[in-house]
Design a binder for this molecule. Structure first.
Ligand code: HEM
Length: 414
């Protein structure tokens, strides 16, 4: 249970992003409370980061949609999370198209989109299945394993690695780098703290990336790095820095998100025998199981924007310069949209905001993520239909990445 504020806590005292709320996953009760009595809420600060500003929390689906769609009022160019400058320096975020506004954002995204056409993803599906089966093969003699470390991590690393053109022997090093950067606030994952991430992991990531790019300039292949190096729209190509930052963005998004959603989705299936049986009896429901996992456990708890002018969200006045945070972990459980929102039910096959709410920054990797998640769930359940939780699942302590760091299981049930 999260030590979330209770209904008697004055909302002015709540600091939504504070660590104490995120020790055991997202504080769903706190968000439910806010949706009921203060759907657009101001946290005066983030206690652990005195240098960061307070921020608005947008908790309802309709308001998240409004913020997400209006890129002129809600800019991505001054930071995209509640921590604007504490993990990655702001200049680095601004060099990725996720941290830009149109028209520059659109120009860059169009170039990257060439690597994510439905055709390219469909062609990759057999390879994703092979990778997944290969990782499951390694568990053949085993009775127990950790689903995060021993299934999800190696599969997602190889899938994004094969997409980008990374050698398999480098997967583990890349995964370690990305985990340390993305979950920098969790002392177990990043024991040397956020400062070390900025001075050690980020430069190492740049160096590895630059080497690969230099190689693909000389020796183009079919991988995404080659596509990026040689991409051209209206006679323009990407600069070296744009490619490196784009590469980082794809590695970060590809490593973390799918791993998170797969593990939380599997956990829900293991905790609900009725849902698991439904899927085992009709494997064609795997796509719906994926959508429900995305709805209930969005891999990124939030993204933020900065108001470019005085405005209103859900009737609440917001000032120019304020940080506005869209909490997908809340909007995806909005009781005005979903009946019994805390229940995992793949039959509902509902729309959700896990990939963003449809604005200009809507996730580029949706087709890849959906294919990967479906194949992972299909193959895991086909091989281990009796799989069961065996111990206590543990969350990464983070208000940004919504993911388990441990999910111990017995592969063949009790
Ligand atoms: C379960 C899987 C995933 C989830 C839940 C997810 C979620 C999101 C969300 C919420 C955004 C919006 C950010 C914003 O509004 O500021 C986003 C953007 C993005 N995602 Fe994903 N993502 C997933 C998988 C992937 C994968 C596999 C890739 C690529 C390898 C990817 C690449 C991107 C990129 C490049 C953007 C930036 C788009 C832009 O700024 O226009 N994502 N993602």
């Amino acid at each position: 249970m999260n030590p979330a504020a209770t209904e008697s806590t004055p909302t002015e005292q709540m600091r939504v992003a504070d660590r104490e709320n995120w020790q055991d996953g997202p504080p769903y009760e706190l968000f439910k409370d806010l949706r009921g009595r203060c759907p657009v809420h101001f946290s005066s600060k983030i206690s652990e980061y005195p240098g960061e500003a307070g921020f608005w929390s947008v908790t309802k689906a309709e308001d998240v949609l409004a913020v997400s769609r209006d890129f002129e009022t809600f800019s991505s160019a001054n930071g995209i999370t509640t921590l604007r400058n504490s993990v990655l320096p702001l200049e680095l975020v601004q060099a990725m198209f996720i941290g830009m506004d149109p028209p520059k954002h659109d120009r860059l995204k169009a170039l990257f989109q060439r690597g994510f056409t439905p055709k390219r993803i469909a062609e990759h599906e057999p390879a994703i299945r092979e990778i997944t089966k290969g990782v499951l093969d390694r568990l053949e003699e085993r009775d127990r394993c950790d689903l995060v470390e021993e299934v999800a991590q190696p599969v997602v690393s190889r899938v994004i690695g094969s997409f980008m053109g990374i050698a398999p022997e480098d997967d583990a090093a890349w995964a370690d780098l990305m985990n340390k950067i993305m979950a920098a606030g969790d002392p177990e994952i990043s024991p040397d703290g956020i400062g070390a991430v900025a001075t050690r992991e980020v430069p190492e990531m740049f160096e590895r990336c630059s080497r690969l790019i230099a190689d693909r300039r000389e020796n183009p292949t079919e991988d995404l790095t080659s596509v990026l190096v040689h991409a051209e729209v209206d006679g323009e190509t990407l600069t070296e820095h744009e490619i490196v930052m784009g590469f980082f963005l794809l590695m970060a998004a590809g490593n973390d998100s799918t791993k998170a959603t797969y593990c939380s989705g599997m956990r829900a299936l293991m905790e609900d025998p009725e849902q698991r049986t439904l899927l085992l009896d009709d494997p064609a429901l795997a796509g719906q199981a994926v959508e429900e996992a995305l709805r209930m456990f969005p891999a990124f708890a939030h993204f933020s924007r900065t108001a470019t002018r005085d405005c209103e969200v859900g009737g609440q006045a917001i000032r120019s310069g304020d940080t506005v945070t869209m909490w997908y972990v809340s909007s995806n459980r909005d009781e005005e949209v979903y009946e019994d929102p805390d229940r995992f039910d793949m039959r509902r096959n509902a729309e959700h905001q896990a990939f963003g709410a449809g604005g200009r920054h809507f996730c580029l990797g949706t087709a890849l993520a959906r294919a990967e998640l479906r194949i992972l769930i299909e193959e895991t359940l086909a091989r281990y239909p009796e799989i069961e939780i065996d111990g206590t699942p543990e969350y990464v302590a983070s208000p940004f990445v919504n993911q388990l760091k441990r999910l111990p299981v017995r592969l063949n049930g009790a």
